[in-house]
Write a protein that binds this ligand. Sequence first.
Ligand SMILES: Nc1nc2c(c(=O)[nH]1)N[C@H]1C(S)=C(S)[C@@H](COP(=O)(O)O)O[C@H]1N2
Ligand SMILES: [Mo]
Length: 199
Amino acid sequence: MTNVTDVTDLYQEFGDERLPPGQRETSAFPVLSKSGTPEFDPDTWEFTVTGAVDEELTFSWDEFRDLPAETQRQDFHCVTGWSKFDCEFTGVSFPELAERAGVSDDACHVMFSALDDYTTDLPLEDCMREEVLFAWAFDGEELPPDHGGPLRVVTPHRYAYKGAKWVDGVEFLTESEPGYWERRGYSQTANPWQEERYS
Ligand SMILES: Nc1nc2c(c(=O)[nH]1)N[C@H]1C(S)=C(S)[C@@H](COP(=O)(O)O)O[C@H]1N2
Ligand SMILES: [Mo]
């Protein structure tokens, strides 16, 4: 039995209701991708941590999988209006990874990059939370390719476009830069309980 940490009560930090305003609950798990599902080759895949850090890091797939993992029960909120409760994601937390690189004092934002050339940016403080996971499993199974397998980010306290599927890099920034959807008018901060959908 894996030990599961339930973080579905994190909404209490942001609002009164577990379901954010303007959202409807679904039991389905729709796939939302800007383009197709990219190929993953475990032999050539590399994950990089770059930018405003003490030490830039590179992980092979096996090295990444050896990082300390945890399983959390989380909610998932898509900016297009659906929310899925009680998703179990397994992976390594953002703070756990950041600690290995050592974040510079002047870092204030983080850019995530992915195999499909997707990018998304979040303030550093929104990343340095235990529930921001680099996840490789969903509900006890390997993360399906359409949902970002082999590795995706999940951000249960933010709209799900802040969680890069097929993530392969994290860059610590000293000023914010817009990612794929942020350049197209979506919110930089994306707090579902404030309905921060657009900028
Ligand atoms: N690399 C990548 N990550 C991405 C996207 C994408 O197109 N490419 N779409 C985002 C959006 S808009 C949402 S709602 C979620 C959807 O995740 P899902 O397809 O597993 O439901 O992934 C986010 N992460
Ligand atoms: Mo989305």
